[in-house]
Design a protein around this ligand. Structure first.
Ligand code: NDP
Length: 449
């Protein structure tokens, strides 16, 4: 159930399939952008002549490396590390690192590809990249995490630099991991280069609001989508999948804006709390004690834990997927729409399958795709880079205000671009076209490189 590709774009997609066999998530991400670009080539024949789309689909550089390390029992472990430096037309490569056993080249390429357009939408001078490893941090001790991070950085450092490539966190990589990675980078290079990583601790160059930024930003984006429809979060029942960094701060901001989040999850199951998720408890369990979300019901007896449950079957008005890719399929999307959902804002990257997206768009609900809705994280990373460059530290209030302005700017840009291309209210078209055009123009200016 995917849309037809424009005849000018179809051969480009076929070539992507041929050159990148088996990388299904990458194919999905490319196709979703290409579906929007037919009309852009009509308006901008120079993009076609210079083969801009073909060039954007081919990463500038892909690095794959061995990561050997020793576990607490003294046993040698081998993982695989990746960094895909996708596009530097707008600035140094920028994008997170993901540590999860499902990681392979196709996942990193889909994330890196999305990152190009997301970073473009922020209006900040950052290119697109992504990296990570098939390392599974779950159940590992602090020492094991540190040894892994040190080994990972021992190869990666030679590819990084504040003007070259600046990683951040993603699934499985939070403040602790960024700290170990930064420490090893500093040790190897003998340079205190704050701007080489973002998501750093507040005591050594991190930015206030970076931890909260993706979740807060996604919620600001949904707030704007609701506003143009004459709605608000006030009194709305909401679902937020996941219980990691993005989910936690999405829940926090929804509660601040008057909504009620009644469910969250992890990869094992779902917590349903009719009275509203107790966020202090979730933070204690996940951020401090690093426990599983099922332990929530030990402390809140009225709540339910649904092992293997499907969060999208719980009735809501606003859904914010904040866990992982393809977590909402066509069936889930139908269930959400049928139960009265009016807005979906993606905190996660590509959490909705193409069939699910089609169902949301056909139902006319407000649908904010990840590359626009979750851009607040990378935008605040760029603010962290600005503070590092000027050796400054901004207040929480000031940084959050900047984030809110950036998210409103991204919303308005997508909204207006969708209008301009005759698809009012379609944030997918708006985000893809607005993100693409800026990168494409810069690539034309730079010549054939
Ligand atoms: P975390 O590692 O902090 O949390 C991830 C959460 O999602 C956990 O609750 C995890 O559960 C759950 N999850 C992960 N994989 C799966 C899976 N295969 N099935 C079901 N649940 C899963 O990551 P983040 O919160 O940082 O990232 C969440 C999403 O947001 C990702 O898509 C990421 O790419 C995206 N994102 C993150 C940004 C950031 O700044 N951190 C920026 C922009 C986007 P469990 O513990 O059981 O694995």
């Amino acid at each position: 159930m995917t849309a037809q590709l424009d005849e000018k774009v179809e051969p480009i997609y076929q070539e992507v399939l041929r050159r990148n066999p088996g990388e299904t998530e990458f194919h999905q991400a490319v196709r979703e952008v290409l579906e929007s670009l037919g009309p852009v080539l009509v308006k901008h024949p120079e993009f076609r002549e210079r083969k801009i789309i073909e060039r954007i689909c081919e990463p500038e550089r892909q690095i794959i490396f061995r990561v050997p390390w020793q576990d607490d029992k003294g046993e040698v472990q081998i993982n695989r590390g990746f960094r895909v430096e996708f596009n530097s037309a707008l600035g140094p490569y920028k994008g997170g690192l993901r540590f999860h056993p499902s990681v392979y080249l196709g996942i990193i390429k889909f994330l890196g590809f999305e990152q190009i357009f997301k970073n473009s939408l922020t209006g900040m001078p950052i290119g697109g990249g992504k990296g990570g490893s098939d390392f599974d941090p779950k159940g590992r001790s602090d020492d094991e995490i540190m040894r892994f991070c040190q080994s990972f950085m021992t190869e990666l450092y030679r590819h990084l630099g504040e003007y070259t490539d600046v990683p951040a966190g993603d699934i499985g990589v939070g403040g602790r991991e960024i700290g170990y990675l930064f420490g090893q980078y500093k040790r190897i290079t003998n340079r205190y280069e704050s701007g080489v990583l973002t998501g750093k601790g507040l005591d050594y160059g991190g930015s206030l609001v970076r931890t909260e930024a993706t979740g807060y930003g996604a919620t600001f984006f949904v707030k704007e989508m609701l506003r143009v429809r004459g709605e608000s979060f006030e009194g709305k029942t909401c679902l937020v999948s996941g219980s990691g960094n993005v989910a936690i701060y999405t829940i926090e901001k929804i509660h601040q804006l008057g909504g009620k989040v009644v469910a969250c999850s992890d990869s094992n199951g779902v917590i349903h709390d009719d009275k509203g998720i107790d966020l202090d408890l979730v933070k204690q369990l996940k951020e401090v004690e690093r426990r599983r979300i099922q332990d929530y019901v030990e402390f809140r007896k009225h709540a339910h834990y649904l092992p293997g449950g499907n969060i999208w079957d719980i009735p809501c008005q606003v859904a914010m997927p904040s866990a992982t890719q393809n977590e909402i399929n066509g069936r889930d999307a139908l269930s959400l729409v049928k139960n009265g959902c009016i807005a979906v804002g993606e905190g996660a990257n590509m959490p909705t399958t193409p069939e699910g997206v089609r169902i949301f768009l056909d139902a006319g609900i407000a649908y904010g795709p990840g590359k626009a809705a979750n851009a607040g994280g990378v935008a605040t990373s760029a603010l962290e880079m600005q503070q590092n460059a000027s050796r400054d530290a901004w207040s929480f209030e000031y940084t959050e205000k900047r984030l809110a302005e950036i998210m409103k700017g991204i919303h308005d840009l997508c909204y207006e671009m969708a209008d301009e291309y005759g698809m009012p209210g379609n944030y997918v078209i708006g985000a893809n076209i607005a993100g693409f055009i800026k990168v494409a123009k810069a690539m034309v200016s730079h010549g054939l490189i």
